[in-house]
Unconditional design. Structure first.
Lengths: 153, 153
DNA sequence: TGTAATCCCGACCAAATTAGTCGTATACTA
DNA sequence: TAGTATACGACTAATTTGGTCGGGATTACA
């Protein structure tokens, strides 16, 4: 239904959180998980992926944890999602190298590639820094404000 | 993983197919399903939705079937997806009226609303006519051409 | 050198979503 | 009135996602 997985969400939230706490040399997976009330072990796995992808530095042991490996401005939402969920393409065919197995179905795929590119472009244009700047938005009266929902339907 | 459902794909394909065959007064769900090798009953349900949404006209009985209710140029990919899959929002929170139940999680949602808007915008800018014009692209050597995949990863 | 905190990682189970089927009712045409 | 088609809801199956478990490797510090 064209939405991010929770894992990607969690990853973005965690990176945002780390970007907001540059004073700590490292925050553990548990620290971040507790801050948002999300499962610690799940977040741990996500942070491991981001580490492998080079966005985080990790340190084991007491007072260990994770810290941004790069400037928050240089980490795009795109690479985060890519690292966590793998490559995406909005149409169902073209899963990896298989291509579309259903004959002429991909007639639809080519025009929609433009959409895919646009999505990738916007996601690339958004950095962790951008997310961090939104610092618990003061004017928004709550998460269920209606104005955002209308645009979706 | 940020991709369309197969149902949405099928719906777009079917509309495209109908747009390409304006000479027939109506094509049955089976006709279209056979043309693409997709399950007829599933497609039938999808076409029923599109009919209820006003994009198709249906006729029961012999030689019945479906035909576009509007000009192919006036049907956007956006409304098709919306009719089939319902409203979407790329972040996991904000499902319908529930809002985000996980406390401060939505710190990420607001900046990503821009992404959502952009996606909706591109989808709105693509019409069934656009899809139909791509008429089994002659130059593409196959569905598994690599150039499109690279942009996703 | 030992212990506690922490990352690392693969296998596994559970929940949710999506895909697809079935059965029946209804509408239309010849 | 027989045959073909849509309409629609309930149901099952498959896939994907979310989350857990357990063992192992690092690191800091007493």
């Amino acid at each position: 239904m064209l939405k991010l997985t929770k894992k990607a969400d969690y990853g973005l939230m965690a990176l945002k959180y780390l970007a907001e706490h540059p004073e700590s040399p490292a925050l553990s997976a548990k620290d971040v998980a507790d801050a948002y009330g999300i499962p610690a072990q799940l977040l741990a796995k996500i942070l491991q992926r981001l580490t492998k992808a080079g966005m985080l530095r990790s340190q084991a042991g007491i007072n260990g944890g994770y810290a941004l490996a790069k400037d928050a401005r240089t980490i795009s939402a795109y690479e985060v999602i890519l690292a966590i969920d793998g490559p995406f393409f909005i149409t169902s065919c073209s899963k990896g190298a298989k291509g579309c197995e259903l004959g002429p179905n991909c007639t639809i795929r080519e025009p929609l590639a433009r959409v895919n590119e646009t999505i990738a472009g916007v996601l690339k244009s958004i950095s962790i820094q951008d997310l961090a700047e939104h610092e618990s938005a003061p004017a928004s009266p709550g998460c269920d404000s209606k104005d955002l929902i209308t645009l979706t339907g």
